[in-house]
Design a protein around this ligand. Sequence first.
Ligand code: URP
Ligand code: ZN
Ligand code: ZN
Length: 462
Amino acid sequence: MARTLITGGLVITAAEETPADVLVEDGKVVALARHGSQNWTAEQVFDASGRYVVPGGVDAHTHMEMPFGGTRASDTFATGTRAAAWGGTTTIVDFAVQTRGSSLRAGLDDWHAKADGNCAVDYAFHMIVSDVSEPVLRELPGLVGEGVTSFKLFMAYPGVFYSDDGQILRAMQRAADVGALTMVHAENGPAIDVLVEQALAKGETDPRHHGEVRRALLEAEATHRAIQLARVAGAPLYVVHVSAREALAELAAARDLGLPVFGETCPQYLFLSTDNLAEPGFEGAKYVCSTPLRPKEHQAALWRGLRTDDLQVVSTDHCPFCFKGQKELGLGDFSKIPNGLPGVEHRMDLLHQAVVEGRISRRRWIELACTAPARMFGLHPRKGTVAPGSDADLVIYDPHAVQTLSAATHHMNVDYSAYEGRTVTGRVETVLSRGEVLLDRGDYLGRPGHGAFLPRSACQYL
Ligand code: URP
Ligand code: ZN
Ligand code: ZN
């Protein structure tokens, strides 16, 4: 029996903060006890005095190796999950993609083939449904049976991932029938495409116009429509990457009515803004993602939504493209810049910075980054908490260490950092995944293939 002991730390979960020693046996947490109160022995002992012991992060929105805009996200499952581990994230939920004209089965098999044997941390899949038809919807129960219990539909990107309202309604009905959670990318894609065409015709080709044409009102309108469609379908709804305060207001209103509607935001919407999209030259391309970054004023509304639980989860939407050769595909035409930002490595630290700045409490930090995503996507209590019986996915976190985020030091396979030069207080010191040490004081000990596929149960908020 392999035993590991973490002594002297402050154990923080979504529910409580307890000074406790943590005993790990065969990859599971087996007991917590008051500091020094037990005569536990172990082959491996970590002294976490003056540090936090928190659950490994659960990033419920990543896109490793995703094809987009004629290129492919630059992190593989090997590089992206390694970077996740460096940042204290020990579970990712990535989006398998259905290619138009193919089955969900083919898309899911493709994603298993990319991930299998390559991941440093545990992983699960959502499924992007980009071709809603009767035969495709008949595949849903099979996927749910295999632990893929959430499906993403796009109201944006006509001709690529887009589904019309009828397709969305049908998919929501069937997802509800099989106990799955429908996720929606809520932006009015056809209307945005008109504005893109008009902007380009006027010679407005710079990255900042990406943010201008993808209007907040078109995010809010699509969010409202998705909520009404979900109501008609009798389906629960999870709105991904919420960035506009007007869209958040739609979610809050729905939740006030008691509807099973949930929302996620991402660090880029909390810490970055249209000021970044307007950086000189072509620099703004580094910040092109959809939904887009918004003017700074939206950030206060998002922080408030996180405090009031109108937003329940912070994920990264990690979808990196190198500046050289990938973002540059959109030189002279912002609509050709591949959409997405790198971030899987920095979510735990950026949210801890919010604790330092007094925006959220320590427990809310853990709830947003670990516990709520695990519950939302059927992984709790195996993941997302520190409790007897849970996987020993544990992070020893130094809340006082100061670090500067930079492409020169990050581990994501991308040639820039969206947070270049930003100093944050707090740093991951040691990371365990199912009791195995992946990282210890700057030494990376993880390996591709340690990470295992996690079949998920249904959303645990329903
Ligand atoms: O810009 C983004 N978000 N890229 C990834 C695809 C998506 O819509 O989540
Ligand atoms: Zn999306
Ligand atoms: Zn995404």
